[in-house]
Write a protein that binds this ligand. Structure first.
Ligand code: MG
Length: 383
């Protein structure tokens, strides 16, 4: 019998990096302001020269140290045995890292292992996950953040129209400033983009149950596709009750970790859309398990996607493999979140630009994640 151990391939080196960018224009959302962006990525080198890349979602300098802390447990292991490696890492942090940065650290390593597996087998990660159900994915624009501008409402409308002109058919805007401004801003943006463009709102858990329900009621005639993180992620019972009362569908999951966390969201019927971040929920290995759980409840998966082109193409490979539920001849579009805020790292760290054509992004067919990391640029911006 041939086992994975017969393939003479070993993990030699694991190097996490923090990429740093100071933004030209500060912006903020319901929780804090952004003037700087830091992203943790990881490079794994094998003894046969194959290199894999992964990315974490979370506080980059802390995740980097978490990767450095756990990496010695898997040096010398066979990167093709990614389930075994995942379990080895999880057991090492189980007692104190069942959520948060240690899970993000595991996620980054796991993604890099899938990149290595794809390069070894000369197949895209989507094929290794079980195959691609689609050739193109529909990006939705994430933007419309807050600023100190005195003409914020007009600025938001103009920004939304730019996305429409670029070909986006779906746009997500921030709420969570206060109920009064949120209501008027959402109505103004809906009026500006017209009825044919999808609009989503995201409060980043800014509101109490009563406030969130009030906002939902006030906006229920605005044809909102989903209300993202209306409530704090700990309040599963409130989510469940909110979902039963809100006519606007509910989305959440970017603050949740591992299949055990997502099972709570699903068992309590908290969401209509499940939004795990592959770079923090436990990587591609765990995201696949979470999507299997989600399929048992008929809940749609649209991952939260942030960070660099490595995270973006991780999501492209994963989303292309998401089973269409319900099945039918003319399939619904699969969605990918496409952050449009200032982010030079996103496109510059990979050599091939992300291309949107006629409102869609093609599923790549290159081996691994399909990204070619620009290490000259990496060395310029790493700290
Ligand atoms: Mg969000």
């Amino acid at each position: 019998m041939v086992s994975g151990k017969d393939f003479k391939m070993k993990i030699s080196t694991i190097i996490p990096y923090v990429l740093n960018e100071d933004l030209e224009t500060e912006f903020f959302f319901s929780q804090w302001e952004y003037s700087n962006r830091k992203i943790c990525i990881v490079k794994i080198i094998c003894d046969n020269g194959i290199v894999g890349w992964g990315e974490a979602y979370g506080p980059a300098p802390v995740v980097k140290e978490s990767i450095n802390y756990i990496k010695q447990n898997i040096i010398g292991m066979n990167p093709l045995e990614s389930d075994v490696i995942w379990s080895t890492l999880f057991r090492r942090v189980h007692d104190y890292g069942r959520s948060g940065v240690f899970v993000s650290a595991i996620s980054a390593i796991d993604i890099a292992l899938w990149d290595i597996k794809g390069k070894y087998h000369k197949l895209p990660v989507s094929t290794l996950l079980g195959g691609s159900y689609r050739e193109k994915i529909r990006p939705y624009a994430t933007g419309l953040y807050f600023s100190d501008s005195k003409t914020l409402t007009d600025d938001l409308c103009n920004e939304a129209l730019e996305y429409v002109n670029e070909g986006f058919k779906s746009i997500k805007m921030k709420v969570g400033l206060n109920l009064k401004d949120d209501i008027s801003n959402v109505k103004a943006v809906r009026n500006a983009i017209g009825p044919d463009i999808e609009l989503m709102i995201d409060s980043n858990h800014a509101y109490s149950y009563d406030e969130a329900l009030k906002l939902s009621k006030k906006l229920e005639d605005q044809d909102i596709k989903w209300f993202e993180e209306p409530l704090s992620p700990e309040f599963y019972d409130q989510y469940s009750d909110f979902k039963s009362k809100s006519l606007i569908p509910v989305a959440a999951g970017e603050c949740e970790y591992l299949r055990y966390g997502f099972q709570k969201l699903l068992d309590k019927n908290c969401v209509d859309f499940l939004q795990m971040d592959i770079c923090s929920c436990g990587g591609l290995t765990e995201a696949k398990r979470i999507s299997a759980l989600s399929s048992t409840k008929g809940v749609k998966v649209i991952p939260h996607t942030w960070g660099s082109g490595i995270a973006f193409y991780t999501a492209i490979n994963f989303i292309s493999n998401l089973e269409p539920i319900p099945g039918r001849l003319y399939k619904e579009d699969a969605y990918i979140e496409y952050d449009r805020t200032e982010n030079k790292i996103r496109e510059n760290i990979i050599k091939d630009n992300i291309i949107m054509k006629d409102g869609y992004i093609s599923v790549n067919d290159k081996p691994g994640l399909g990204v070619d990391v620009d290490e000259t640029y990496l060395n310029e911006i790493k700290i």
